[in-house]
Design a protein around this ligand. Structure first.
Ligand code: PDD
Length: 286
């Protein structure tokens, strides 16, 4: 049975109840965070905490997210995920339950804090090495994609467009620029140089993205944080997505066109090996 966290309590998922007046339900008025855990240890928690704290401040929810570290660790343990090689903890904080008004409840109400933990399946090396396909979609999100808002309709529709097209993921394109995936960041390789969209209000500032940029520096792979126009993306030698649970996922076809030679390339491979080297090192010995 899975145990979740809701507003201070750990309880079986079937017993967790949220008001129909919750502003997350009515308006998508909240933010969330997904933190990976390897060997039961939260990975880059400080960075995830900083992003969540910034998101809460950006939308004016008064909640001290530092308390969530213990909540997350407890959820991993309670759900038997402390030894899992790949797990994650999801947390969302909404503005709370109040009669429906577009403006904030005044006086403020207690935010609703919900969290759960689960494992994620990493593809086998054979499957990983086959890569996935992607389709591009117009970016119909609002102009604050840097806030990890729970309102994800445009992301949901993009992901479903990919499913409908038999593809593995969708790439958001805004004003001709390829920005990121439906739930992950996007990297491309041109002549050995790694490129990814610069941090702006139009992408989520991925923690995995930052981690890969650091890994690339250690591997002497040059990185350019710059706009990637779609025609250029089509000419990339390699393309891959990055994210929590996505980790590093190579793309061998975009919009029906082969990426490079249509096979997974060396930069994605080196970064994935580097990535696994670090996260597998998080696993307790034995
Ligand atoms: N998604 N871009 C978008 C739009 C995302 O939703 C995510 C993460 C990322 C990657 O961020 P990070 O490396 O910090 O996980 C980029 C999470 C995992 C989700 O929605 O489930």
């Amino acid at each position: 049975m899975s145990f979740v966290y809701l507003n201070g309590d750990f309880l079986p998922v079937g017993e967790a109840q949220v008001s129909v007046n919750d502003r997350g339900f009515l308006f998508g008025d909240g933010v969330y965070e997904v933190t990976p855990a390897y060997g039961g240890r939260l990975f880059r928690w400080e960075q995830h905490l900083a992003r969540l704290t910034a998101g809460l401040a950006a939308i004016g929810i008064d909640f001290d997210a530092t308390v969530l570290k213990r909540v997350k660790e407890k959820l991993l343990a309670r759900n038997g995920l402390d030894g899992a090689s790949g797990a994650y903890v999801y947390v969302q904080v909404t503005r709370g339950a109040a009669p429906r008004t577009h403006w904030f409840p005044d006086p403020p109400v207690a935010p609703t804090v919900y969290a759960f933990a689960n494992r994620f399946a990493r593809p086998s090396m054979e499957e990983w090495a086959r890569g996935i396909s992607a389709v591009t979609v117009p970016d119909q999100r609002w102009a604050r994609a840097d806030i990890k808002a729970i309102a994800l309709l445009a992301n949901v529709l993009a992901a479903q467009t990919a499913v409908g097209a038999g593809a593995g993921n969708a790439v958001f394109v805004r004003d001709g620029i390829a920005l990121e995936g439906s739930h992950n960041n996007l990297f491309a390789v041109f002549g050995g140089v790694l490129a990814t969209a610069p941090k702006s209000n139009y992408i989520l500032h991925g923690i995995t993205r930052d981690f890969l940029i650091e890994l690339a520096a250690g591997l002497d792979i040059p990185v350019e944080e710059r706009a990637i126009p779609l025609p250029e993306l089509y000419r990339a030698d390699e393309v891959f997505f990055s994210g929590t649970t996505t980790e590093v996922r190579p793309v061998v076809e975009i919009d029906g066109r082969k990426v490079g030679d249509g096979v997974v390339g060396p930069v994605a491979r080196r970064l994935y090996e580097g990535f696994l080297g670090v996260v597998e090192g998080e696993r307790p010995a034995g």
